[in-house]
Design a binder for this molecule. Structure first.
Ligand code: CA
Length: 246
């Protein structure tokens, strides 16, 4: 794995890492919520008689809801959704998501956050989600890990993933950090793309149905099969980040 760290430093013209924070995506990383998102989107689109492609909601995971809806409208009816259509669709999807979501934390997520914090690093959240009372929910599952000052949500950004904006804001919220002062943990190709565009070393955790190559093609330095596997590798990852030189 060492060469992946060296390669990142060389490609991004850094001498070394100066690790201060680990930035976590939420759905599919901290929560096992993607199956509920996926079925809620599919049921909603079926109800509105809009067709979608296989794995569409995994491939577009992380995108702001408006863009996901517009993409499907463009393909089905050749135009963006109106604000009213978008509101109706998103309201229905959110309603279904509440029914399907079990609020289950991803196995290994809590342990990973605790380990990272125990190593003296800041934990930052970057999510495209617009769920209300996100902070209360996060704090009950992952006590003390995130504060409003260290969270970027759909309410904070204009563009959303795959644009680098959410992760650039994550660096800011992590303490005005430079890209080589953080590592990103993502599960979705567009999230990986956004983090890589922000210049950050990006680790993927493949917790969904897509193949690993979709994540490496998006720019992930390395792909783990689960958060539990990531937790096990975390000491090595932090050690490499602390010792790697270009
Ligand atoms: Ca995600």
């Amino acid at each position: 794995m060492k060469e992946l760290f060296t390669l990142y430093l060389t490609n991004n013209q850094h001498q070394n890492f100066d690790l201060k924070a680990v930035i976590f995506d939420m759905d599919g990383v901290l929560y096992d919520s993607m199956p509920a998102h996926d079925i809620s989107w599919r049921k909603t689109m079926d109800e509105f008689k809009l067709e979608y492609i296989p794995n569409e909601f995994y491939l577009q995971e992380g995108m702001l809801a408006k863009r996901t809806i517009d993409k499907i409208f463009q393909r089905n009816v050749g135009r963006d959704a109106t604000t009213e259509e978008e509101k109706k669709i998103y309201a229905r999807k959110s309603e279904l998501f509440q029914q399907h979501n079990t609020d289950g934390a991803m196995p290994g997520a809590r342990e990973t956050l605790e380990y990272v914090r125990g190593e003296g690093l800041t934990t930052v959240l970057v999510t495209g989600s617009a769920q209300p009372s996100l902070l209360n929910k996060l704090d009950s599952h992952f006590p003390g890990a995130f504060k409003p000052e260290t969270m970027v949500t759909a309410f904070d950004v204009k563009h959303g993933k795959p644009h680098p904006e959410p992760f650039l804001m994550g660096l800011q919220k992590g303490g005005n950090l430079k890209p080589n002062q953080a590592i990103v943990i993502e599960n979705a190709p567009l999230g990986v793309e956004a983090a890589v565009k922000a210049g950050i070393f990006t680790i993927a955790v493949n917790t969904g149905p897509l193949s690993d190559s979709v994540l490496t093609d998006a720019g992930a330095a390395v792909v783990f099969r689960s958060m539990t596997a990531l937790r096990e590798a975390m000491p090595e990852i932090l050690n490499l980040a602390r010792t790697a030189r270009a």
